[in-house]
Design a protein around this ligand. Structure first.
Ligand SMILES: [Zn+2]
Length: 343
């Protein structure tokens, strides 16, 4: 073999040994530059062609081209192999799959959805209304006397610079708005945020979530109210629940009653959650005051109705054993993640 051709063979053998030893992308790149770079070993060999005897020139050129192609392909292959090895590095195929970091519904959303689901099954429509209300819809139309303390700015959050606008203190204005545009029969539930001028503590929050139900038609009685409320709480808390109505006063209803349910945790025998009484207060209710029906142009001589309300936070605290209402608004992922598996 011609001496010059031997030079190609030597470089080729050297290249083969080196590329077999390469074990990192950095090392491969160095090797590529040393052999295939613009000033690399192969480029140097090409420079020799001009000074060769014509009889050897053709063979030399052919051998060198073959080596260059081989080297290029070999570098590309090594590149692929290294990339593949990188993806597999540190992977133990016998490990169990990593749990998916899936989001969870907020506990208040879970309870609200359940409340809406139960009422939808009973034929109630879901209605929403504005969170910024006027005094008429929030107080006057709901038969709230002018002297009533709930109108004070110590209780209610008014919009600055406007005595007529406020953050609604309950979802009842939605009932007024519905009765203004719709004639009986009316069967609605209105869920939404309400606002009070309260300092946050374990049981109070300046913002919370209420759901109110309203049923207006001919011949609606207090017995309908009791039956519906009982069915609702049995769906929500369990079939052994019973209800108790205690006389109370709300401007919007007459007669009015507060609703208690028998404690679902001790079946009424007394425990820490019901403070040993066997009963838990869950909301207000009553027959819609005839004054209110007149205000929205529904004849109280023909129609009667009932309304009742409950707090979503209070229900969620009860259902999930949460003892501080503020936990619902702090967005602490350690708290919220506990509701991941629930629907
Ligand atoms: Zn109890």
């Amino acid at each position: 073999m011609h001496e010059k051709l031997k030079g190609i063979e030597t470089t080729r053998g050297q290249f083969a040994r080196e590329i077999d030893a390469v074990d990192s992308p950095g090392g491969l790149e160095q090797l590529r530059v040393r052999y295939l770079g613009r000033k690399g070993l192969i480029a140097n060999l090409f420079k020799q062609i001009g000074g060769l005897d014509p009889e050897i020139r053709g063979e030399f050129g052919k051998a060198l081209n073959a080596f260059k192609q081989e080297a290029t392909e070999r570098v590309e292959r090594a590149e692929r192999e290294l990339a593949e090895r990188e993806t597999l590095a540190g992977v133990d195929p016998t490990l169990p799959p990593r749990p998916r970091n899936q989001g969870a519904y907020h506990p208040l959303t879970l309870v609200e959805r359940e409340v809406k689901r139960i009422f939808s099954k009973m034929g109630f429509a879901i209605v929403r209304g504005p969170e910024i209300e006027d005094v008429w819809h929030n107080f006057d139309a709901l038969n709230t006397p002018h002297w009533h303390p709930s109108r004070d700015d110590t209780d209610t959050l008014y919009i600055e610079g406007d005595d007529n606008l406020l953050l609604r203190t309950e979802t009842s204005p939605v009932q007024i708005r519905t009765m203004q545009r719709q004639k009986p029969p009316i069967r609605i539930v209105a869920p939404g945020r309400v606002f009070r001028n309260d300092k946050p503590d374990p049981t109070h929050s300046p913002m919370f979530t209420q759901v109110e139900g309203l049923y207006v038609d001919r011949g609606v009685t207090f017995a309908d109210l009791k039956g519906t409320v009982l069915q609702f709480y049995r769906h929500l808390l369990g079939w052994r629940i019973s209800t108790r109505f205690r006389p109370h006063f709300f401007p919007f209803t007459e007669p009015s009653a507060e609703v208690d349910v028998s404690c679902p945790f001790c079946a009424g025998s007394g425990c820490r959650i019901c403070k040993q009484s066997g009963w838990i207060e869950v909301g207000g209710s009553g027959m819609v005051d005839p004054n209110v029906l007149e205000i929205v142009d529904i004849d109280p001589e023909i129609y009667t109705g009932w309304a009742f309300g409950l707090g979503i936070e209070r229900m969620a605290m009860l259902l999930y054993g949460v003892d501080d209402i503020r936990l619902f608004y702090e967005n602490d992922i350690r708290f919220l993640a506990q509701f991941g598996g629930r629907r």
